[in-house]
Write a protein that binds this ligand. Structure first.
Ligand SMILES: [Zn+2]
Length: 520
């Protein structure tokens, strides 16, 4: 007896091959048959997928549900499940929740989440996997090892180059974590605790990664005026260590830097054609969700939170920072406060509005906000080109990922990026409207391509004996609805989602948590 039978749908199996009419039968968590006209009497539950596409569950390879802590306080991850995501990969942008060489290491995530009152009952990567497994996870979860997590475990709040001995300790931590099932290693080179990491350190760790197996996930050192150099650095690093490279949330921030797009794209193409195993992920939105302090000059945020605050409050350094910000010519009416620790009244306002309220310049307002929130400020910045977003999303080298977190309830004091609710449906809607690529290729980007980079077995395609992570969606209706003003709104057109063979979304409604912790 089959547990679930999906009848009359068009199977888009994730390989890129043309969709075909077929039924799909599921038993004990696995796909047991893909064939036309399987009798419905043989199943306990029948899903009618007439007019719908049946595809593998989507894999969100660039996810932050760990660093935003929602894996613990909202483990159902409804905002992800409801867009068809069945597997997420966390530990991105240099920050993972393990291994913790000391309790200081966890501070790698505090730029996204306030850690006060947080209880940690793990230290190693294997212990983290066990701790995650105790939550009722809505989606399958795998993790990378974050560079800042390694560094802060050893250096604490110190920001400096590491010694040869310290590199060896970091290599050891990384090696053990890879053995315990980490899928790769991530860098967040733009952030305070990684900016001064040396090439020697990064190369040594990348070689450890090569030995242990896995890919390098890189948040580039610059996504603005220095993006070309930042890209060269990432390409060099992965070439030197011969590890697969995945660039995180590729984009060019700021209109004045958009002219670099063609050169950036050709660098990627050349590296790919020279044989580098290369991919990048992109979210289909023209607005970034960023940490405000990264808008300061690099020297001003070296040393982390305490150092930033000290500089903001020193008259001479404050003046220098203001000079830099004025010269940077940001469009402050495009920057909206999404999260302001302990100061919810800032949320939803633009920096220009706050400046007007405070009767100060926009640049002064930036520093005042950072100071009031002890640097913990997250913003929306409408600074990306629609045309670039489209070109990147449809590129043969791209994967589509949220770069967001899963939410199950509305938070009245915070705005989250609408991509946490709408990424995959929005991309599928783009495919329907722009017709730049077929649905078959689009689904491949969301399923088998990330699965291949991850080296996940039994997921990413619809095939007999594979895990039954399955999405039934309506190609004519699928669409996002979340906006920047009202982000906590579920997408439409994702009708059914199966996770490990069980109905997690039924008729568009949440119906249970069946995720598991994945190790490589
Ligand atoms: Zn990042």
């Amino acid at each position: 007896m089959h547990d679930i039978l999906i009848k009359n749908g068009t199977v888009i199996d994730g390989t890129g091959q043309l969709g075909f009419k077929s039924d799909v039968a599921v038993e004990k968590g696995r796909i047991v048959e893909i064939a036309p006209a399987i009798p419905k009497e043989r199943a306990k539950e029948v899903i009618d997928a007439k007019g719908k596409f049946v595809s593998p569950g989507f894999i969100d390879i660039q996810n932050h549900s760990d660093s935003y802590w929602t894996l613990f306080d909202q483990p159902e991850q409804s905002s992800l499940l409801s867009q068809g995501i069945t597997t997420i990969i966390v530990g991105n942008c240099g920050a993972s929740l393990a291994p913790l060489a000391s309790q200081e290491a966890i501070k790698a995530v505090q730029k996204w989440h306030d850690l006060s009152g947080v209880n940690l009952n793990w230290a190693t990567f294997a212990e983290l996997a066990a701790a995650l497994g105790e939550n009722k996870l809505g989606v399958n979860v795998g993790s990378l090892v974050g560079h800042a997590t390694l560094r802060r475990g050893i250096l604490g709040d110190q920001v400096r180059a590491v010694t040869a001995d310290e590199i060896r300790i970091m290599e050891d931590l990384l090696r053990k974590s890879l053995e315990a099932g980490a899928f790769g290693f991530s860098l967040g080179l733009i952030y305070a605790h990684e900016v001064d990491s040396s090439l020697e350190e990064l190369t040594a760790l990348s070689k450890t990664l090569k030995a242990g197996g896995g890919y390098l996930s890189v948040h580039l050192r610059s996504e603005g005026s220095h993006i070309l150099e930042a890209l060269d650095e990432a390409i060099e690093l992965s070439r030197e260590a011969s590890v697969p490279l995945k660039i995180s949330h590729l984009k060019i921030r700021g209109k004045k830097n958009w002219h670099l797009f063609d050169r950036m794209a050709s660098k990627l193409e050349i590296a790919y054609h020279e044989g580098l195993n290369l991919a990048f992920d992109v979210y289909p939105y023209d607005t970034s969700w960023s940490v405000l302090y990264t808008y300061l000059p690099k020297w001003a945020y070296e040393g982390g939170r305490a150092a930033i605050l000290r500089r903001i409050n020193s008259a001479s350094e404050r003046r220098k920072i203001l000079d830099y910000l004025r010269a940077a010519e940001e469009n402050f009416s495009n920057i909206i406060i999404a999260h302001a620790e302990h100061n919810p009244s800032f949320v939803g306002k633009s920096i220009a509005q706050i400046a007007a309220n405070q009767e100060v310049s926009n640049e002064e307002a930036v520093l005042n906000i950072l100071s009031a929130c002890k640097t913990q400020v997250i913003i929306f910045d409408h600074n990306l080109s629609d045309e670039h977003v489209e070109l990147l999303a449809f590129s043969p080298l791209s994967l589509i990922a949220t770069d967001g977190a899963g939410y199950s309830k509305e938070d009245l004091n915070n705005l989250v990026h609408p991509r946490c609710f709408g990424t995959m449906p929005r991309f599928l809607k783009m495919v329907r409207e722009k017709k730049a690529i077929s649905f078959e290729l689009a689904v491949k980007k969301l399923t088998s391509e990330p699965a291949k980079l991850l080296g996940i077995r039994g997921r990413g395609t619809l095939a007999k004996n594979n895990f039954a992570d399955i999405v039934v969606f309506d190609p004519l209706k699928v669409s996002d609805r979340a906006t920047y003003e009202h982000p906590f709104i579920q997408a439409v057109g994702i009708d059914h989602v199966l996770v490990n063979g069980q109905s997690a979304v039924r008729g568009g409604n949440m119906s249970g948590s069946f995720g598991s912790v994945l190790t490589k």
